[in-house]
Design a binder for this molecule. Structure first.
Ligand code: ATP
Ligand code: MG
Length: 242
């Protein structure tokens, strides 16, 4: 596969350019298994490790900003949550916070997310242990990800904090580079042709690994429904002839 083929994908160019331009609130949404979370954790992160928060219906405020933990002998210790750690990472400059599956946040957790993703001037939080007010550092950035198809499914107040939303409709080029040659083009397209439904990156990885051990036919039957398995095998045969 040549370099131009590897670098295609307007959506990924958009994400890279937006982050490079200094935008620090970005929402990536679209079908599963395209590399949204991977990109959110890595793109534009030059120092430190990204903090990750996965939203569920049960997510609590404590899991975002921090919580008191028993340390034995009746003692309690304050454990900072990922949002505050990201605010203050890199000696107070701030780091990357990744908020995955953000459409699932609700109630108190959603209010807390609104607070910690607010603009740098407005956001502040009081550490219950020290009583000190904490603010996000100047380099603090948030990338949210979601599998939603329509932006309307994101609560309006949260959406407003993330003016740039990029619909990711294809896998990141680097993600397909580790696949066998014949799988890269189908993986970039997210399918084995018209007959097969959308196939996520994770399934391509599994297929590549399984067919090495069990053969293509069995791997396809294990990973896809009958119609799709046939389409996959046909597509690969046709591809190899071409
Ligand atoms: N740029 C990349 N380089 C190498 N591997 C990648 C890259 N992007 C994604 N991957 C791999 O592809 C798989 C799917 O990526 P990821 O979890 O980021 O997808 P996603 O879009 O967040 O999926 P979902 O919407 O289901 O959460 C993971 O195993 C990940 O490690
Ligand atoms: Mg993800």
């Amino acid at each position: 596969m040549d370099e131009s083929e590897l670098t295609t994908g307007q959506c990924w160019r958009d994400v890279t350019d937006v982050l490079a331009a200094g935008i620090r609130r970005v929402l990536l949404y679209g079908p599963p298994g395209t590399g949204k979370t991977y990109a959110a954790l890595k793109l534009g992160v030059t120092t430190g490790i990204s903090e990750r928060l996965v939203c569920t219906e049960d997510l609590t405020t404590g899991e975002i900003t921090g919580t008191w933990m028993p340390t034995g002998a009746g003692k309690w210790e304050w454990r900072e949550g990922p949002a505050i750690r990201a605010w203050t990472a890199n000696s107070g400059r701030g780091g990357r916070l990744v908020v995955d599956e953000v459409d699932r946040a609700s109630g108190d957790a959603l209010s807390t997310l609104l607070a910690v993703t607010d603009s740098l001037d407005s956001a502040r939080w009081r550490n219950p242990e020290t009583g000190q007010w904490v603010r996000p550092g100047p380099d603090f950035s948030v990338v949210m990800t979601s599998n939603i198809d329509e932006l309307e499914e994101i609560p309006a107040a949260l959406r407003d904090r993330f003016p740039v939303a990029v619909r990711i409709d294809r896998p990141h080029p680097h993600a397909v580079a580790s696949l066998s040659d014949d799988l890269r083009a189908p993986a970039l397209n997210g399918s084995f042709g018209d007959a097969a439904r959308r196939v996520s990156l994770r399934r391509f990885y599994a297929f590549d690994q399984l067919r090495g051990a069990l053969g293509a036919e069995r791997a396809a039957r294990l990973l896809f429904d009958e119609a799709s398995a046939t389409a996959v095998l046909d597509a690969l045969v046709i591809g190899s002839v071409e």
